[in-house]
Design a protein around this ligand. Sequence first.
Ligand code: IPM
Ligand code: MG
Length: 396
Amino acid sequence: MNDIVEKARQHFGKLVEEQLERVEQMKKAADWTDYSKLKPIIIGIAGGDGIGPYITKHAQTILEFLLKDEIANGKVTLRIIEGLTIENRAKNMKAIPDDVLVQLKECNVILKGPTHTPRKGDGWPNIESANVTMRRELDLFANVRPVKVPELGIDWMFFRENTEGAYVLGSKGINITDDLAIDFKVITEQGSDRIIRLAFDYAARNNINRVSVVTKANVVKATDGKFLAMAEKIAKEYPQVKWDDWYIDIATAKLVDPARQRDFKVFVAPNLYGDIITDEAAQIQGGVGTAGSANIGKQYAMFEAIHGTAPRMVEEGRAVYADPSSIIKAAALLLNHIGFNEKGRKLEMALDICAQFEAKMKITGRDNGATGEEYAKYIMETIQDPNLEQKWKSYQ
Ligand code: IPM
Ligand code: MG
């Protein structure tokens, strides 16, 4: 009995040391990258697993098309990064093999296809998720996920904390005995400060008068309590932005309440709540295949689809029919982030027109729908329409 407790104590002690060290690193974090000063801006492209390479290829084609001049004059370089596959990760027994991590860190921004997240008993070694590792290694603390449903008046922006919460020690819990398992959740002052501030800044900059903070602070008192207390403190610096706080359960319910959903604007939440609520939001928009996700840190940023690898689609030979919208939306977020806002906006307008307004073709994930390639072509044709802006406005 004493041995067991002592072992757990040591394990916990090590985790505390690591987390205190992480706090020190956060205090020292570099300033935001200024992309206008970089030449070239290196965009890494990692296809990932399952349908990942199929859909990422289309997003790459669209980036090459939109950045033709910048690639030609050396302002932008696209770099393909192999080796983020589950096969290679399993071979190296690492969530991100060392040489792949070095390559990723040589890029400024990354477009990433979905990567298989192993779980116990699925035939792969139960290594940590590549997403979670990348977010932590590149300190991508903000997971920014926009969701829009114009016909319902929904225009939401989610700021999900991306480097701590239930995730940071998600692979470092302890099976104390066969009867007892314990996981850990971490919230820090610095980690909460930077994500909450980003959400309030975004609201203030865009004249949005509402930030909703989502926690379960009534039950999870230390960590969620801290997150909420930080929100209270930071909100005082933004007197022009109204804010409210919600518990995750009722927030989840209100998101599907037609009487209330359009009142929400900007959300900020710890990691796991943000994970869950953004899938729900994406589903309201038309499915997780339709939402893009930006993982932003001060030095690096990574853009990805919010959905998984859909292995069944690949097994059934349907990968060419996979919807590339989510990763293409991620590419639009990438363009905005590195300063090509006009190109990003065009791509976003084209995505709206193709998916929601004009919708000349539908993606069904099966052979009764368009292929990803046909759909990407449709998007590029739409971007080239000289009346793109008017067309988009006419649907608003
Ligand atoms: C997401 C995904 C990931 C997460 C998985 C794949 C680890 O669900 O990006 O939302 O939980 O963050
Ligand atoms: Mg998720």
